[in-house]
Structure formats: structure tokens, C-alpha cells
Design a protein around this ligand. Structure first.
Ligand code: SN0
Length: 312
């Protein structure tokens, strides 16, 4: 694997899932692979799982890790070409990416969307600029429109817990007090179309995701109907895509409850707002997979970093 900007960088989904599961059973088998190599984890936004699991994944491969919160600790970065930098930005991405590339062998990056400027968010300016001006591979730790490490984690988790060859997986929108990105549902929807599952999306009207991403996936506006006979229910809030970044629905009836879940397993990428997205009774039951899912973040990242170390 040359880089990991999005799911398209995975050449064989089954083999990377197998690789992650093998790493999970024997995490230190490639401890020599990353010896004397360094990964730089660069964050423009908050993180708990991504930061710790990617660090752990790199350490399991014998790598050294440097982490920096670019927003709070770095210079204000300029991304526009040719700009006259006489305002708030002190350093251009051209220098920053070239300099960081001399200190690390892999750059991993988190940069959330503005949720106000759709065109800019879809251009993926931050991660694309790092890719353009860095001389080392770039890994996406959640960009404006994609969270491929989470989606790989989710595919691993479904393959571990499925009880039938082709389980029914439902992605349900759920309420949230803040406007959230589309990255997680985008990547989850893309991934579910790459593996063998019966995939359905349910959300209130006005919450259609980018149709280029959802493709032929059935979209059902009646949540109860969508959840019928589900094996896995994946809850996630996202803001409106068409009315970009707006909150169109606050209907608490979209929260996932035990009654709605029936026999299905519950999944969420975390962090999750209890009793807003999902009821305590679900998270506190053995139908919830959220903790096991978070554990798989390490092995998804480790499989990706192993692939990058091997091919660079
Ligand atoms: C992020 C998101 O993309 O939805 C990260 C998920 C991995 N989630 C949030 O920003 C939630 C923040 C909140 O206030 O609950």
C-alpha cells in the first residue's frame, strides 16, 4: 500500500481484514518492520481512539511515534497557493509538509470539515495539500469527507461477529445537539458496498448523504421498517448534506432503544452521546459492540501501517 487516503487505497479488502485479524492474535509478529522508522500523528481536531490506537499500532510494529496538535501548538497554516500571508497564517503548507517529511517516515493526519463550505470540504484541501507537498506517505485519520480507518475497523468487527454469511446491516441516522461531519457515514456506506452484506440506510427526509457515495443502497425513511430483521445496527448522526451542515431534525424518536434493536448487535464509532443517539440500556447490554469495535481500531491501523511500511 503506497498511502491510505481513502478506501480505494486498499487493493484487496478480504486480505486486509485477514491481516488485521492475524495481527490481533499476534500483535508483535512484525516488530522488526518499523524499527528506526517514525510516524508523525498530526491533529487539527480532538481525538481519543484514533490517537491512542494509531500510536499503539505503530508501536506494535516497532515504530517511534511523534504526536502534535497542529491547531493549538503549531503555527497557523496557509493552504492557498500564491497568497500574501499578511494576516493570521504564519507558515505555508509547502514548507510545513516538506519539513515534517524530513522528521518522519509516515504522516498521519486528522482534519475535519468546515461544514460551511461544501466545495472546499469536498476538495479535501488539507489532506490533499499534505499529500502534494510531503515526500512521505500520508494516512487519513479522518478528513473532511472520509474516515477509512473507522470503516476498516467496522468491516473487521462485522466479520468477527456475523452469524450468517450475508448479514443485514443498517446504518441509522440518530439525533445530536451539534452539526456533525459526513466522514463516518460516508466511509461506512462505501465499505458496506465493498463487502458481502445486505445494507440499508435509514434517515429522516432531508438527510440524504452524497448520492455518489450511497450508490444503489436502499434508503428507507421509516426507521422501524428499516431495522426489521437487522443483524447489525450502526448508529451515527450527521448534519444535512444537501442543506450543507444544517441540523434539520431533532426528533428524539430516532434514538436507538432496546425495543428497536431487537436481536441485532449495536455499533457506533464513539464518542457517543448517551440517551441522545442510543439509550443506556443498549450500550450497557451485551448487544453493544462499541468497546470491541474500538479495540479493532488498533488492528485496522496496524494492518494499514504494515502495508505502507512494506510498500515504501
Ligand atoms: C466526530 C464525527 O465525525 O462525527 C468524530 C467521530 C469519530 N464526532 C464528533 O465530533 C462528536 C462530537 C460531539 O460533540 O459529540
Amino acid at each position: 500500500m503506497k498511502q491510505f487516503l481513502d478506501l480505494e487505497d486498499i487493493s484487496n479488502i478480504d486480505s486486509i481484514i485477514k491481516s488485521a485479524i492475524s495481527l490481533k492474535s499476534n500483535p508483535f509478529q512484525y516488530k522488526e518492520l518499523g524499527k528506526n522508522k517514525t510516524i508523525g500523528l498530526l491533529f487539527f481536531n480532538s481525538s481519543l481512539r484514533t490517537r491512542l490506537s494509531t500510536q499503539k499500532a505503530a508501536q506494535n510494529l516497532g515504530m517511534d511515534v511523534m504526536t502534535m496538535n497542529l491547531n493549538s501548538d503549531g503555527w497557523g497554516l496557509e493552504f492557498e497557493d500564491g497568497s500574501v500571508m499578511n494576516a493570521n497564517t504564519a507558515e505555508h503548507i509547502k514548507e510545513a509538509a516538506a519539513v515534517i517529511s524530513q522528521y518522519v517516515d509516515i504522516i498521519a493526519l486528522r482534519a475535519f470539515p468546515t461544514l460551511t463550505d461544501k466545495k472546499k470540504d469536498e476538495e479535501e484541501q488539507v489532506i490533499k495539500s499534505f499529500q502534494k507537498y510531503a515526500s512521505v506517505p500520508v494516512v487519513n485519520m479522518e478528513s473532511a469527507t472520509a474516515h477509512p480507518l473507522q470503516a476498516l475497523t467496522d468491516a473487521i468487527t462485522i466479520s468477527e461477529f456475523k452469524l450468517k454469511e450475508r448479514p443485514k446491516v443498517v446504518l441509522t441516522w440518530a439525533p445530536h445537539p451539534r452539526a456533525l461531519p459526513h466522514a463516518v457515514p460516508n466511509s461506512f456506506a462505501k465499505m458496506m458496498q465493498m463487502i458481502d452484506v445486505d445494507f440499508v440506510i435509514t434517515h429522516p427526509e432531508g438527510y440524504e448523504l452524497n448520492p455518489e457515495i450511497t450508490g444503489n443502497t436502499p434508503i428507507v425513511h421509516n426507521q422501524e421498517e428499516a431495522l426489521k430483521d437487522a443483524d447489525f445496527v450502526y448508529a451515527k448522526n450527521w448534519s444535512s448534506y444537501n442543506d450543507y451542515g444544517q441540523i434539520k431534525c431533532t426528533d428524539a424518536n430516532w434514538m436507538v432503544t432496546k425495543e428497536k434493536l431487537q436481536a441485532a448487535k449495536f455499533m457506533h464509532c464513539l464518542p457517543v452521546r448517551r440517551n441522545v443517539i442510543v439509550a443506556d440500556e443498549v450500550l450497557d447490554s451485551n448487544q453493544s459492540l462499541v468497546i470491541q469495535q474500538a479495540n479493532n481500531r488498533t488492528y485496522a491501523a496496524q494492518a494499514v501501517l504494515k502495508g505502507i511500511l512494506e510498500d515504501n
